[in-house]
Design a protein around this ligand. Sequence first.
Ligand SMILES: [Zn+2]
Length: 144
Amino acid sequence: MGKLPDKRLVRCPRCETPLEVSRNAKSTLCPGCHQNVRTEDDAVDTYCARREFFTEGEVTVGKKGVLIAEVRVVRLVVQGEVKGTVQARESVVVAKTGRVYGDIRTPVLSVEAGAQVTGRCEFGPGLAQLRAPEPAVDAGVSAA
Ligand SMILES: [Zn+2]
């Protein structure tokens, strides 16, 4: 029996440096920008406000979840509310109960009937690479 590949390739959401992490790693340190990169899947089921919500994984915002942040993930499912710019490397699904107030940029966007999106949507092949993060003007606010 050969060794099964248990690594996956992700990219730093800040500087796009490719990173090889073990499949069940929760985070890794980016050698490009020396910042911690979350690589775990996550769920938001309560009120959550922060400057950045970055993870190289799938994030589900539940029906009672309110996420206020700049969002950078691999896949995003919105059943509750998101306020902020959203970038997802693979896909964004806005469920019929979902509301997004902010721009969405992703290769594949799926919006169910009844959902609300208030913002600019950019989707299609070739949008897997994330834009550089917006410069931090509010330097006094820490990225929790
Ligand atoms: Zn980096």
